[in-house]
Design a protein around this ligand. Structure first.
Ligand SMILES: NC(=O)c1ccc[n+]([C@@H]2O[C@H](COP(=O)([O-])OP(=O)(O)OC[C@H]3O[C@@H](n4cnc5c(N)ncnc54)[C@H](O)[C@@H]3O)[C@@H](O)[C@H]2O)c1
Length: 327
């Protein structure tokens, strides 16, 4: 017998909401049958483009649609909690954008509420399904770099917000900034590959306008093993966007450049491009569908989101460059 098609509603139809809509629309196992966006103009535009008939500006009305098995929450971070708690109340499985929330307290309430249910709760941390990061991890596990000595994360942006994500909230201090938008992906990847982050100390630099997000960060996070993760972030600078994630070890170096390009070198040699052959071929949406059908799936759930939020909030809210213990 063929499996039931999962019906999902999208709440938040901005840059990422549309990106995932384009992934959902090519599939036969999941159907986007309702849209919600607070902006009526955006809602109408998206409904016309993707031919979705049930459209709402109020997410409660979308959640009242009985045929919906699940919702994808793609609104800005400070609205995640309210909408996710309502979705839990309505008994819908949830795929939530990162970061889980806009504070530890919000993330805690979301995790606590969902743990009392049998609902699927997945985060959209796409790096986990990306072949280049999987290959990076495979090299680490094979011992390519030997024993880990240091991790460096460089986030340099000539423009922040980036040109493809020009929403006011992304530029704002309340719920935007690249520590939150970009940094959280790497925090989660570090926690998954290298284990828990134990403590964090951070210095942020801001522009004069108090409503605008950081334009610089210098921070250090310590893994349980005592190894340091150094973070160097700068925005609104000359030059190209540079996003570099590097692991240095006793025998070599591995680096991911601009999310996907994997380079590496044995100690003393020049970096060279490495072939990406690993790749589980799993993807978030297939895994989410499996989980909704009650099957085993590779998902990164709200507890993963919560753990990433602990380190994220310590970076976003420095305490005079003092160490903050997060676990
Ligand atoms: N996983 C990723 O790689 C990735 C990439 C970009 C953004 N994100 C995350 O996705 C989320 C959305 O980011 P974005 O760049 O698409 O933002 P965006 O500003 O482009 O879109 C957000 C949309 O949500 C709508 N909205 C706001 N409040 C709402 C509410 N209460 N009810 C219904 N609709 C509401 C807005 O009208 C807007 O259309 C954020 O949490 C962001 O961090 C994740």
């Amino acid at each position: 017998m063929s499996k039931k098609i999962i019906h999902i509603g999208i709440i938040g139809l901005g840059a990422i909401g549309e990106r995932l809509m384009n992934i959902f629309k090519g599939r036969e196992d999941i159907l986007v049958s309702a849209f919600c966006d607070a902006s009526e103009t955006r809602l109408k535009e998206m409904a016309a483009t993707y031919n979705v008939k049930k459209v709402f500006t109020d997410y409660q009305e979308l959640l009242a649609c009985e045929e919906l098995d699940a919702v994808y929450v793609a609104v800005p971070p400070k609205f995640h909690e309210e909408i996710v708690l309502a979705a839990i109340e309505a008994g819908k499985h949830i795929l939530c954008e990162k970061p889980l929330a806009n504070s530890i307290e919000e993330a805690d309430r979301m995790l606590t509420a969902v743990k009392k249910t049998e609902l699927v709760h997945a985060m959209h941390f796409p790096l986990n399904y990306q072949a280049s990061l999987q290959q990076f991890e495979a090299f680490i596990n094979e011992g390519f770099i030997g024993e880990l000595r240091r991790i460096n994360l460089k986030m340099h942006f000539p423009h922040w917000p980036r040109l493809w994500q020009q929403s006011d909230w992304v530029a704002g201090r309340e719920q935007g900034g690249y520590v939150l938008e970009v940094g959280v992906h790497w925090i989660q990847a570090i926690q998954r590959i290298f284990g828990p982050i134990k403590e964090v100390r951070s210095q942020l630099q801001f522009p004069n306008d108090p409503s605008l997000c950081e334009n610089g960060i210098i921070a250090e996070m310590k893994l349980e093993s005592g190894i340091s993760v150094l973070i160097d972030g700068l925005s609104n600078i000359g030059g190209e966007e540079q996003l570099e994630f590097a692991a240095y070890g006793t025998e070599g170096t591995l680096q991911l450049k601009n999310w996907r390009q994997l380079v590496g070198a044995k100690t003393g040699n020049d970096l060279e491009e490495l072939t990406v052959t690993e790749g589980s071929a799993r993807n978030l949406i297939s895994e989410f569908v499996k989980a909704v059908h009650g099957e085993e799936a590779e998902l990164y759930d709200f507890s993963v989101g919560y753990n990433a939020q602990l380190a994220l909030e310590a970076l976003r809210h420095p305490k005079d460059n003092e160490w903050q213990r997060i676990m």
